[in-house]
Design a protein around this ligand. Sequence first.
Ligand SMILES: Nc1ncnc2c1ncn2[C@@H]1O[C@H](COP(=O)(O)OP(=O)(O)OP(=O)(O)O)[C@@H](O)[C@H]1O
Length: 636
Amino acid sequence: MIQSDRGAAPPDKDRKLSSAAKSENGLSHILRLVLRELSLFYSRDVNGVCLLYDLLHSPWLQALLKVYDCLQEFQEKKLAPATHHAQALSREVLELLREAPNSPENQELRRILQAPHSKALLSAHDTVAQKDFEPLLPPLPDNIPESEEAMRIVCLVKNQQPLGATIKRHELTGDILVARVIHGGLVERSGLLYAGDKLVEVNGISVEGLDPEQVIHILAMSRGTIMFKVVPVSDPPVNSQKMVYVRAMTDYWPQEDPAIPCMDAGLPFRKGDILQIVDQNDALWWQARKITDLATCAGLIPSKPLLKRKQREFWWSQPYQPHTCSKSTILISMEEEDDMKIDEKCVEADEETFESEELSEDKEEFVGYGEKFFIAGFRRSMRLCRRKSHLSQLRATVCCTGGCYSAVGAPYEEVVRYQRRPADKHRLIVLVGPSGVGVNELRRQLIEFNPGHFQSAVPHTTRSKKSYEINGREYHYVSRETFESLIYSHRMLEYGEYKGHLYGTSVDAVQAVLDEGKVCVMDLEPQDIQMARTQDLKPYVIFIKPSNMNCMKQSRKNAKIITDYFVDMKFKDEDLQEMEDLAQKMEAQFGQFFDYVIVNDNLQDACARLLSVVQKAQEEPQWVPATWISSDTESS
Ligand SMILES: Nc1ncnc2c1ncn2[C@@H]1O[C@H](COP(=O)(O)OP(=O)(O)OP(=O)(O)O)[C@@H](O)[C@H]1O
């Protein structure tokens, strides 16, 4: 063993070391050469050399390299144990030592051989040397008739886990067959049973004429080793499929699915979960794992066509669904309610009031941010137009022809790991949340934190420019015809109407920010996320969620909501309740599109979390739809 003193290290000592190890090869030899080189600089006190010298000279590193070299050497050799009975040999040596003179060496060797870890090591050595790995299996029955040559006897030791296979009865012959072997389960790991094998006996009990349930009962009652007598399938299936990763776009609960072949083998999942699909051999039932749980055995999930069929059946069985477009289901009805409320309360507010409020809004924006920098896209009219959309019908038509149904309707979306390269454009950051939860507050704080890096897109409007406004700063001012043509050519990510004017954010406005090498941060209504999900924008969607009612009451004591009839209104309990209900509905309907969820309780914490998540979204690998990455696929 090489000895070296950390910190002392005079160069001549190293020369001695290297000569002692002349015969050695590999990494430790190279280390020695490096040390010798370094020793020349050591005396000259070159910056950092002492540190490197001490590191390379440290006994632990040298010991590690020595072990590495030994392993390398032995990897090439075909190893055979010198003895199969090291424990017995050790006992023999101890006997001899007792009779030998009691020298210090004798005492030391006895101590070593009697130490519990040495004994355990020798015991493990003998187990390996004797290849004593298998559990003790019962002897094979000796009365197997010759006609049963094709039979295979399989013994499995059952532990706490399920066996990981399903059985079925053949419709015509009535035979009990292995229907499916679950990936990663005991049966699959044993490599002894395959789908299609015919069960003849289980623990000596013939299964002829039994129902699969009766066979399962026998298995459930068995403890320890289970012996199967099987007629092997002539061509065991080979799984040569590549692993596919998908994002679940819907929830699935095996317990609620009477059609699943084996409820216990089912894999429950929620929308947004990333699944690793390991087997698609069966047209109806695939096998998958959650990526958060790859060590466990796979579970059954409905195949894509089957789940799509289930979704359609479920959809038709619903008492009422707005049919125009799945995009508009919850939100159209909510928007209608919202409109009604606003109309009711607006009776007292006349046009003049609106005008003066709008003016004060402008002032607020200029005073608050004009001196430092200007942030577009925060104006009240822009925000309110989202809630008062009178264009639901138009939206539904445009969106459906744009193929949103097929994307939302697909139960699984294939995904791949995407790591943005430093030269690539940044991903669009989309914040989503119920009105009043703090989406704009968080967006504003993020941009203020680093305005040179984070930026909003400049929205479009059909309203006329005011004297103090600049085209392209507050808004892009366009005609109604131009705005509508942008909508019809799918160039608007979101839009709405407020007080007779159209407002919205275009794809090009977002692209302009990204082209400058900045991170574009925008907020969207959840039904508009689908429009932004393109290969170019690669949006990372963050859902801003309210915390529970009690916490919200506390944290929003001094907060103000924006409405079109009151400038600064305090939150009432109903507002908070409405926010919570809406957040639940949004999560239930659009949760599959959320890459991250931030609970906005304490504002400072939420801001810090947002900043860190946004950085990770740009710098760390993320799951994105496979269509965003493959070059030959058009993004939609
Ligand atoms: N964590 C928080 N703690 C206290 N107050 C908050 C917090 N988050 C936001 N607020 C305040 O709540 C009010 C509403 O927030 P904000 O305007 O950002 O809502 P929003 O989600 O953008 O909805 P809208 O678009 O309808 O205004 C603002 O006064 C904001 O300062």
